[in-house]
Design a protein around this ligand. Structure first.
Ligand code: ADP
Length: 601
């Protein structure tokens, strides 16, 4: 990204605050005029005092007049400068904060529109995305402040000081003008040299944040395997890479900064030598006061230029982070697509034809899938782990689109459906449900923000969690994240009850529940299943045999389908899984315990 592109991208974020920019600019312009006062006053004072000292007769009245004028002008200027500095800083900072808020909000809102595939792609891990956004917002909002608030006044200061130099003496002005391009050239070289290092630094920072996040997320596993050392070493490697990079960047920066300082000092020396020579050779208008005057003016030229270069340097840094940030903001191809189809009533008849699907990371998860999922019936997906069952659900919920083939609901291609409407009509309960940071009531109400308190209680009762919640000291106000896995699962089921959709996908909904809860939930789910299209993925035989139809999957393909009993009689993968599940239940012993020795499979 070039600087020009950067500003084109930032401009819309600054536009709403243009009056703030104008006000700050006016203030800083006055400030830069005031900055020249010291040099002018010094020039005049030195000459006036000189004249007074060399006059035939020293007059205290004249001296006092000079001192009073100097005091009034300098103090007045300082008061004005203090007020202006306050205003400039305050409004400049206000703008930076507001722009930073807008940048962050826009990227979050943008990301919420992205398809699920975006978040599962390599390089878009949570820690990386977080760093990309945080760093992007920080460096972009600083750039805005630097550019709109600092650059213009600094530039004006430098030009004003240069004009004053030319006005005082053309040769001195020329020397100052010669130094500036050298300074610019060094900065340009510096930016070019640092670019690659900066890009590496960004990647390293993202990797480091992601590493930290992974450690926090897997802390129990790390500890249970005593892998603290290994995890520590992995982080150390990342840290070392980052440190090497930082050292190299700093080294280069210091080297170039030293060169720039040296150039500036050479400039000062040249100005001193030149003005001293001009005074000595009696050049018209050149007095001793002019030596000081020119040195001060030159520092008024070089100081803002030094600052400008610091800003330029910051901007080059910002460019690297801006790339990552605007990549997110402009990822139009990642926005979830939506059709217009929005029927009054959704029947729930899914048909998949010749569906092939490959995950963004290249994992070929489904091939040649044909399914006819009947409305108002219970369909079970059966298969070993990794067979592709959840992937089919991902396609039916439009989280991913098939690579080839077609998926229709009620005869209409899924891509033509209004995505929000489709999801309003689907209830999804996963094996591990996400519980948000909030109360139990808020988590249940997530299923229907308009639900009343009574409806929330009713849903909790249906999900068999009501009594347990009421037994907690804070009842429904308890933080939901503090509940056990099984309890959280029932909160997620209550969430679906309150949503009350005509289509329900259950992906191993009772996997983390105890036996009693499983039975309760099963009864509860049996009640909600009536008259709806239900797809259930389960390893629990009791739930599979209740299905009207099953699809037995293996390696991303449907091997068998039909009525469960019929499919069982065919043999094959379904029979294998069914028999293994039955054996794992140890039915012989169970029946013995129950006193039913005649129970056999
Ligand atoms: P099942 O639900 O039958 O256990 P899945 O549908 O979850 O199986 O997985 C099918 C295949 O797709 C597996 O090989 C799995 O590793 C892969 N897979 C699942 N989710 C993703 C993902 N987000 N990105 C890449 N591959 C995935």
């Amino acid at each position: 990204m070039s600087l020009k592109e950067l500003f084109k991208n930032i401009a819309p974020f600054v536009k709403p605050y243009r009056w703030l920019v104008v006000a700050t600019l006016v203030m800083t312009f006055i400030g830069s005029l005031a900055a020249q006062v010291n040099a002018v006053v010094l020039d005049r004072t030195v000459d006036a005092i000189n004249n007074l000292l060399h006059a035939d007769q020293f007059l205290w009245a004249k001296a006092a007049r000079i001192l009073i004028i100097i005091s009034i002008v300098l103090l007045g200027k300082e008061v004005l400068a203090a007020l202006i500095t306050f205003g400039q800083r305050f409004y400049g900072e206000k703008m930076r904060i507001l722009v930073s808020r807008d940048l962050a909000q826009s990227v979050i809102e943008r990301m919420l529109t992205f398809r699920v595939a975006y978040f599962t792609r390599n390089g878009n891990e949570p820690g990386r995305l977080q760093t990309r956004i945080d760093r992007g917002v920080e460096s972009l909002s600083n750039t805005v402040k630097n550019f709109f608030i600092d650059i213009l006044p600094l530039g004006t200061s430098a030009i004003l000081a240069l004009i004053l130099m030319y006005a005082a003496n053309v040769y001195v002005g020329l020397v100052a003008t010669c130094i500036v391009p050298i300074y610019f050239y060094i900065t340009y070289r510096q930016a070019k040299k640092l670019k690659g290092w900066r890009r590496d630094m960004r990647a390293n920072r993202e990797a480091k944040s992601n590493g930290i996040m992974n450690i926090i997320e897997s802390i129990t596993v790390i500890k249970s395997f005593n892998r603290e050392r290994i995890e520590g070493d992995k982080q150390l490697e990342l840290q070392n890479r980052l440190t090497d990079n930082q050292m190299e960047t700093r080294k280069l920066s210091f080297l170039f900064d030293g060169l720039k300082s040296f150039t500036e000092q050479i400039g000062t020396v040249l100005i001193i030598i030149l003005t001293a020579y001009l005074v000595l050779s009696g050049y018209p208008g050149m007095t001793i006061g002019k030596i000081m005057y020119h040195v001060m003016l030159f520092s008024n030229v070089s100081a803002p230029i030094r600052q400008l270069h610091r800003i330029y340097d910051d901007m080059n840094d910002a460019l690297i982070y801006a790339e990552g940030f605007f990549d997110i903001l402009h990822a139009d191809g990642e926005v979830e697509e939506s059709g217009k189809y929005h029927p009054e009533k959704v029947e729930g008849h899914f048909v998949l034809k010749d569906v092939d699907f490959t995950y963004p990371n290249g994992n070929h998860a489904l091939h040649d899938i044909d399914m006819d999922i009947k409305p108002g019936k219970i369909t079970a997906f059966v298969g070993l782990s990794g067979a592709g069952k959840s992937t089919v659900i991902n396609l039916l919920d439009k989280f991913y689109s098939p690579t080839s083939g077609s998926v229709t609901l009620d005869g209409v291609e899924l891509k033509d459906w209004d995505t929000q409407w489709l999801r309003d009509n689907i209830g999804l309960v996963l094996q591990k449900n996400h519980i948000f940071d909030g109360s139990i009531e808020e988590n249940i109400r997530y299923g229907n923000p308009d639900a009343t308190h009574e409806q929330v209680l009713q849903a909790a009762k249906q999900a068999y969690i009501y009594d347990q919640v009421m037994a907690l000291p804070n009842g429904f106000e308890t933080k939901a994240t503090l509940l056990s896995g099984g309890q959280q699962q029932r909160i997620a089921i209550a969430r679906m009850f309150i949503k009350n959709p005509p289509i329900i996908f259950l992906d191993e909904p009772t996997a983390s529940l105890d036996a009693v809860a499983t039975e309760q939930i099963k009864n509860s789910l049996d009640a909600i299943k009536q008259g709806r299209t239900v797809i259930i993925i389960s390893h629990s035989l009791s739930q599979i045999i209740d299905a009207d139809e099953i699809f037995a999957m293996k390696n991303g393909h449907v091997e068998q389908s039909g009525d469960p009993d019929e499919v069982y009689r065919q043999g094959g993968i379904y029979k294998e899984i069914f028999d293994a599940s039955a054996r794992s239940l140890n039915i012989d012993k169970i029946s013995h315990t129950l006193g039913m020795e005649d129970l056999e499979i």
